[in-house]
Design a binder for this molecule. Structure first.
Ligand SMILES: Nc1ncnc2c1ncn2[C@@H]1O[C@H](COP(=O)(O)OP(=O)(O)OP(=O)(O)O)[C@@H](O)[C@H]1O
Ligand SMILES: [Mg+2]
Length: 584
């Protein structure tokens, strides 16, 4: 709870801070009303029975004997205590507070995820993070349960016990306390037993859902291998398990109801019997019985939910632990204290003894040294898994190198701000992705200031403009899951259009493994070469044909540079490069 408390305190909003005061006052007023109502009821009954009953008074038309004032008071108290009275004000104020904490926690969690580096995102599916956050957010219900269910019940119990002690003596209070303690103890025990059944039910539900999903989504395989009847029997058996687990759970729920009702009735009857036997006579006994019944009626509802409320709080706290550990994750790539913006001149990128490992023991790059000359094209070629994409990710600081340093125009990239570094670099990644949104929005992601015209020009350069105009909604067509389908090649060209729109000094191109449409490639290559001219371009490729014009080519093998030189020089050397060349 300590971790979440700051989110529940609206530091900058005085009005919300005052809402806490309002909630507190409401809670206090509700407790007082809960105590007063049974007392007032008892008082009315005593008054009525003192004047020998309502019936007689009405028949004699003696309206003075009707306790009008007392009745009005109880009506007022009942209204204030009803769900339309003070609780409405309390719930409204709490809603405002809860929403503010919800926004606070969600935003902090979002910021945290976005600030974490590649190592965090590699090992975790985004859905998993959001699942932890959503589950963790249920912590706000715990606050609600504690504030409005558990705490009030405890206060009500203490107040009612004190009142019973004052009105009927200590024995009555002790007996009531004993009954309530037995009630709570038995509820807690049954709840623990229920929990086991509930876990089984959840597991069975998940199994049933997973069979349903898997079987229907693998319909083709099921039909081709004549597995339909087998799948059906699997599904049926999962359904049976689920319904059996549900019956088993319900048995405990019903048992709990039986025990709770028996204990409550025993408590009410026992204490009433005590009042009747207490020796007090006539009107006082009737009034006393009404007070007693009033207290029992008031406690019965909250008592039934006390154990489950506590259990929920326990689960919500367990769920919140995952969120807390997520929020405590520290990003591995951070700006150093007083980091300066990158001052770009020629755009010379240099690796000095750079080593890197994703997960500790296995080194992906070993003491890498190379220089990409400013304003010219440098190529890095090598087999699959050689570490080419890793090199580009290190330049962008998606990870920090384990050893050595990377400089741009002599400035260590660890010592400049991440924002300025990335603002000067454009990358066409190996596997570009699109966000759900329009084509225009997707390309404009590259620059907050991009105009529609700039996007059109960029798309013309990558030969996509006509393709997009041919779509029913043109550039406003939605892309992403379930929307306009784009090929891998088109995705790459969009990624390139983003770089053109961004207009950076340093361009990183991570070529895909598979051969892309050569004809299309040729038609846009001239435009891309024109764009890259004068910029530091580092191209990573399998296809040697795209790098022949690079000023310098570095051949990477198992994370080490094994050869370097121009295309012609490397061919003459007769090493790995010339081997790769002859194989293509
Ligand atoms: N996120 C990661 N976590 C752990 N290991 C990784 C990760 N990404 C890549 N690797 C490993 O690092 C090595 C280098 O990967 P990298 O993607 O840089 O190779 P590549 O040369 O770009 O290969 P390809 O030509 O197939 O794209 C590979 O062995 C790969 O399995
Ligand atoms: Mg790669």
């Amino acid at each position: 709870y300590k971790f979440f408390l700051p989110f529940f305190w609206p530091k900058k909003n005085r009005l919300l801070q005052l809402s806490y005061l309002g909630v507190g006052l409401c809670l206090l007023a509700e407790r007082v009303l809960n105590m007063l109502i049974p007392l007032q009821l008892g008082r009315i009954v005593s008054l009525l029975s003192q004047s020998n009953g309502i019936k007689k008074e009405y028949s004699d038309k003696n309206t003075e004997a009707i306790p009008n004032r007392e009745l009005l008071i109880i009506a007022g108290l009942q209204f204030l205590c009803s769900s339309g009275g003070i609780p409405v004000a309390r719930k409204y104020l709490w809603l405002l507070l809860e929403n503010s904490s919800y926004i606070g926690i969600s935003t902090a969690a979002f910021e945290k995820i976005m600030s974490l580096s590649g190592d965090f995102h590699d090992g975790r599916h985004p859905d998993k993070s959001w699942e932890s956050i959503n589950r963790g957010l249920s912590v706000r219900y715990s606050f609600r349960t504690i504030l409005f269910q558990i705490l009030p019940l405890i206060i009500d119990l203490l107040l009612d016990m004190s009142m019973l002690c004052i009105i009927f003596g200590a024995n009555m209070a002790l007996i009531t306390a004993a009954v309530i303690a037995t009630f709570l103890w038995s509820s807690w025990k049954i709840l623990s037993l229920r929990q086991e059944r509930k876990k089984k039910l959840i597991a069975d539900q998940e199994k049933e859902q997973s069979i349903l999903r898997e079987s229907t989504s693998n319909w083709r395989t099921a039909v081709c291998f004549n597995r339909a009847s087998y799948e059906r029997s699997q599904y049926r058996s999962a359904l049976m398990n689920k319904t059996n687990a549900s019956v088993s759970l319900c048995k405990y729920i019903y048992l709990e109801s039986v025990i709770q009702s028996s204990l409550l009735i025993a408590g009410v009857m026992g204490t009433c019997f005590l009042v009747l036997c207490s020796g007090t006579q006539g009107d006082q006994t009737v009034g006393g019985l009404v007070v007693l019944l009033g207290y029992w009626a008031q406690l019965a509802g909250p008592l039934r939910f006390f154990a489950s409320g506590l259990q929920n709080v326990r689960f919500e706290l367990i769920n919140a632990e995952e969120l807390i550990s997520l929020m405590k994750e520290a990003p591995s790539v951070v700006d150093v204290l007083h980091a300066m913006p990158l001052m770009l001149e020629e755009g010379v990128v240099r690796f000095r003894d750079v080593s890197f490992s994703y997960d500790g023991p296995r080194r992906v790059l070993h003491r890498l040294n190379f220089k990409a000359v400013g304003g010219s094209k440098t190529a890095i070629v090598g087999e699959a898994g050689a570490g080419k994409s890793t090199i580009l990710q290190l330049i962008l600081r998606l990870y920090d190198s384990t050893d050595g340093k990377i400089t741009i125009d002599g400035q260590n990239i660890r010592e400049v701000t991440q924002e300025s570094l990335r603002a000067n670099i454009g990358i066409v990644p190996q596997n570009p992705t699109l966000s759900h949104g329009t084509i225009l929005e997707n390309i404009k992601q590259a620059s907050a200031f991009a105009t529609d015209e700039q996007v059109y020009e960029a798309c013309k350069a990558v030969a996509l403009h006509d393709r997009f105009l041919a779509l029913a909604d043109g550039y406003q067509s939605l892309v992403g899951e379930g929307e306009v389908d784009l090929s891998q090649e088109e995705l790459r060209r969009i990624a390139f259009a983003r770089v053109i729109v961004k207009n950076p000094k340093i361009v990183l191109l991570d070529e895909p493994k598979r051969e892309i449409e050569r004809k299309a490639e040729e038609s846009i290559q001239a435009n891309l070469d024109k764009f890259c001219a004068g910029r530091t371009t580092i191209v990573v490729s399998h296809q040697l044909s795209t790098v022949t014009n690079a000023q310098k080519i570095f051949v990477v093998r198992n994370g080490k540079i094994v050869e370097h030189g121009s295309h012609n020089l490397l061919l003459k050397t007769g090493g790995h490069y010339s081997q790769m060349w002859s194989q293509q």
